[in-house]
Design a protein around this ligand. Structure first.
Ligand code: SF4
Length: 261
C-alpha cells in the first residue's frame, strides 16, 4: 500500500499527475543549469505536497537541503528510513531537527515479517557473508520501504553529489524514474564537499555528530566505519566490498525502485 500524505497535509491539494510537458522539460536536461535553490523552488511550485525530501540524517547534504527546502515551504515533507540498525547519533539528530525546524519527519519502517524471516534464516549479521546477502538486507530494510512510499509521490529530492564516488559521478540534477512517472531531483549534484561544509557552518545546520568523528557518510551501524582524511567518502560504507558495489539499491537503479541514501 502506498503511504498517504500525513494528516496535516491532506487538505492542501488533491493528487494530480504532473503534466507531460513538465516531465518532458525535466527529462530534456533543462533543469541542469539551475541552482539548488531554483530547483527546490520549482519542485515546491509543481509538486508539493506530492514531493518529499529523502534525508538519511547521516550526511550533511540532506540537512543542507532540509534547511533550504523549509525556508521555501514550511510544510515541506521530509522522510527517512529507519532500518532498525541505525546508530543512536542518527536518532538524536532526527529529534534535534524536529525541534529546530518545527517539522514532522515521516519515518518509514521495514515490513516485519520478511525481516524476521531473513534473520531467522541467515542470522543478524548476514551482510558480512556475501554481496547477495548484503543486498537482501538492504532490499528488505531500505529499498522496499522506499518503494512503497515513493508510489505515493510525484517527485522526491536527494542529496546525491557527483563527487561522492565512482557510483555517483554521472548524477544528473533532475531525471525521471519508474517508467517516467516519478521525478528524482538531486539539487546538490554539482556541489563540492567544501561548499556543503561552508553552508553548514554559515547557517549552523545541525549534522550527525559522527560526521565530526571521521564518518563522512553514516548509514547502518554495522555497515559504516570511519575513513582516513582524503579517502573516498563512501569508502566507510560496506568497506569490505569493491567500490563499484557500495550502494544500497536506493540510487543505483538495480532494484528498479525509482531510486535516496
Ligand atoms: S546497510 Fe547493512 S544493516 Fe543496513 S540495510 Fe544494508 S546491509 Fe542491512
Amino acid at each position: 500500500m502506498p503511504s498517504a500524505a500525513p494528516p496535516h497535509l491532506r487538505h492542501l491539494r488533491k493528487p494530480r499527475r504532473p503534466a507531460a510537458a513538465l516531465l518532458d522539460e525535466i527529462s530534456s536536461g533543462a533543469w541542469e543549469p539551475l541552482s539548488a535553490e531554483e530547483i527546490l523552488g520549482r519542485a515546491v511550485e509543481h509538486f508539493h505536497p506530492r514531493l518529499a525530501l529523502s534525508c538519511s540524517f547521516g550526511n550533511p547534504e540532506g540537512l543542507v537541503l532540509l534547511h533550504l527546502l523549509t525556508r521555501i515551504e514550511a510544510a515541506a515533507r521530509v522522510y527517512t528510513i529507519d532500518t532498525g540498525r541505525l546508530p543512536q547519533e542518527t536518532y538524536d539528530l532526527m529529534d534535534r531537527v524536529r525541534d529546530r525546524y518545527g517539522i514532522e519527519i515521516e519515518v518509514l519502517l521495514p515490513e516485519a515479517a520478511p525481516v524476521e524471516a531473513m534473520v531467522r534464516r541467515h542470522g543478524m549479521n548476514l551482510f558480512y557473508e556475501s554481496l547477495e546477502k548484503r543486498k537482501l538486507c538492504c532490499r528488505l530494510r531500505k529499498v522496499e520501504p522506499s518503494r512503497r512510499y515513493l508510489a505515493g509521490l510525484d517527485a522526491y529530492i536527494t542529496g546525491l553529489r557527483r563527487e561522492q564516488g565512482v557510483t555517483r559521478s554521472a548524477t544528473p540534477k533532475a531525471l525521471l524514474e519508474d517508467d517516467g512517472r516519478l521525478v528524482k531531483l538531486n539539487p546538490l549534484a554539482d556541489w563540492s564537499h567544501d561548499q556543503v561544509m561552508r553552508f553548514v557552518r554559515e547557517n549552523a545546520v545541525p549534522v550527525n555528530r559522527l560526521n565530526q568523528r571521521g564518518y563522512p557518510s553514516v548509514g547502518c551501524a554495522p555497515c559504516t566505519r570511519a575513513v582516513r582524511p582524503g579517502d573516498d567518502p563512501r569508502s566507510g560504507r560496506w568497506w569490505w566490498e569493491q567500490a563499484t558495489t557500495r550502494e544500497c539499491g536506493l540510487h543505483s537503479g538495480e532494484e528498479n525502485e525509482g531510486s535516496g541514501i
